[in-house]
Design a protein around this ligand. Structure first.
Ligand SMILES: Cc1cc2nc3c(=O)[nH]c(=O)nc-3n(C[C@H](O)[C@H](O)[C@H](O)COP(=O)(O)OP(=O)(O)OC[C@H]3O[C@@H](n4cnc5c(N)ncnc54)[C@H](O)[C@@H]3O)c2cc1C
Length: 445
């Protein structure tokens, strides 16, 4: 069967067809877009597949239905069962569990919520995630390391050096060239502030924890319509779910569901990795030190050495004026990625490139996440738009949403303010008008 992007008619009962080797391919008419082919990321291809989950069929009533099985949905489901083991909790995932941003990201974990200044809350969120990883015995290659912020222009380098904080260290152009494999930059600041994970291993661990606590997960089960009410009603191609509470955990894919279309938008990212390098090559190419290198832009470019020895770049391709989760010019993206790599690391010219993958992040105009109830009845919740930095926040907001739904107290619940304080973002032509100048600043070559 040809693999093409197809569309769903909102609320229509289209037939679902699972294509071999593809998480989910759905035939339908117009409406909710379903990605045709989500090419595995490097991270996913390194692991045994997460056991497949059934497709949702029938008509059921549940306590909580979660739309989307990434970090947010899995986290919320796990904590819901922890607080209320007697509740029925289902996750409806359109493709394969974790096949969205959660298995496509760069694996850098910070004590930071973009758009929220409360550092104590961010630290609590990080401690919660690290505690969860430890208590569940999740092997996700968690390591603590430092971030290297690399500066291209002398002016930026001088400014960054002058404003270094306690604990930060200056790395000169010469040191970078000698020990870091690149003479492209004027200098860099080393900050000892981050944790690194293998993203797909965290998905696998979260899925195991959720399933182990009694959550039911359905794959290839896209929600095509959500009707609000005291009992919300969710439509999937092969059945409906009536739920007392709903969490929409679809992050960058949320607006194409027809939800929050004027409040958030997807930004497309692309990652490109070398083949696995030997330790000798890693040393020779100067990649053994500073395994996360961050090139600041409107949205930064990341270079990183993976735990398994691939060197990769992640950069911003652009935005979708029509909320699509797909990027049409993947060949162009690949060519750009290679050019970008070789400008900064010409010594990689003879190294083969092995893997590339696309992903989307969810953004808001003021760069604040959207989390909290969004329906009049207060029983349809959303948690999305982490503005590019969501590994810790998705876990934390999943937890907080579970607290809110189960009336479990937590000092940070006030952050679940729904859409209040969000500024509208138009679609189509007007979005282009607003975002184009901003996006042009991101093109890194
Ligand atoms: C390239 C890239 C690099 C990144 N790097 C970092 C980083 O280094 N550090 C960091 O902190 N964050 C990073 N992020 C962000 C981080 O990955 C995300 O914020 C986080 O994964 C969001 O998790 P989520 O569960 O909310 O969304 P997702 O993982 O996207 O999950 C949403 C799920 O909803 C499903 N879905 C969509 N529509 C429907 C529907 N109609 N019905 C049912 N299911 C549906 C999707 O299939 C998907 O599985 C990066 C993201 C990308 C793309």
């Amino acid at each position: 069967m040809a693999v093409n992007r197809r569309n769903f008619l909102l609320g229509a009962s289209a037939a679902a067809v699972a294509a071999p080797g593809v998480a989910g391919l759905f035939l339908g008419e117009e409406g909710v877009e379903i990605d045709a082919l989500r090419q595995d990321s490097l991270w996913t291809s390194e692991l045994p597949a997460i056991p497949a989950q059934p497709t949702y069929t029938g008509d059921r009533e549940v306590d909580v239905a979660i739309v989307g099985g990434g970090y947010t949905g899995l986290s919320c489901a796990y904590y819901l069962k922890k607080f209320r083991p007697d509740w029925s909790v289902v996750i409806l995932e359109s493709h394969k569990i974790g096949s969205g941003a959660s298995s496509r990201n760069s694996g850098a974990v910070y004590a930071r919520h973009v758009g929220i200044d409360d550092q104590d809350m961010a630290q609590r969120g990080l401690d919660r995630l690290l505690g969860f990883i430890e208590s569940q015995g999740i092997d996700c290659d968690l390591t603590q390391a430092s971030t290297l912020t690399v500066l291209k222009s002398q002016g930026d380098a001088d400014a960054a050096r002058a404003s270094m904080k306690d604990g930060e260290k200056w790395v000169s152009k010469e040191e970078l060239s000698e020990k870091g494999g690149t003479s492209y930059y004027a200098g860099a600041v080393e900050t000892p502030d981050y944790f690194k994970i293998q993203p797909a291993k965290l998905v696998a661990g979260q899925a195991k924890a959720a399933l182990g606590s009694g959550v039911e997960i359905f794959e290839a089960s896209p929600v095509t319509n959500i009707r609000s009410g005291k009992f919300a009603r969710l439509t999937t191609p092969r059945g409906t779910v009536t739920a007392r509470n709903v969490l929409i955990a679809t992050n960058a894919y949320t607006p194409r569901l027809g939800v929050l279309e004027d409040k958030m938008y997807p930004i497309h990212q692309y990652s490109f990795a070398t083949r696995k390098l030997t330790q000798k090559e890693i040393n020779r190419l100067g990649l053994d030190r500073w395994n996360l290198r961050f090139e600041p832009r409107t949205l930064p470019v990341t270079f990183s050495l993976t735990p398994s020895g691939h060197f990769f770049v992640r950069f911003v391709l652009g935005y979708a004026s029509h909320n699509s989760g797909e990027w049409q010019d993947i060949e162009g993206a690949r060519a750009l990625a290679k050019k970008l790599f070789l400008q900064r690391y010409p010594s990689l010219a003879n190294i083969e490139f092995e893997k590339s993958w696309h992903g989307v992040t969810g953004h808001t105009t003021l760069m604040k996440p959207i989390a909290g109830p969004i329906s009049d009845e207060g029983n349809i919740h959303v948690s999305a738009a982490y503005n590019g930095l969501g590994i810790m926040p998705s876990h934390n907001f999943g937890y907080l949403t579970a607290c809110r739904i189960t009336a479990t107290d937590d000092q940070d619940l006030a952050v679940l303010s729904g859409v209040s304080g969000q500024v509208p973002m138009p679609g189509g032509f007007y979005r282009s008008l607003m975002l184009k100048p901003f996006m042009n600043l991101m093109t890194p070559v």
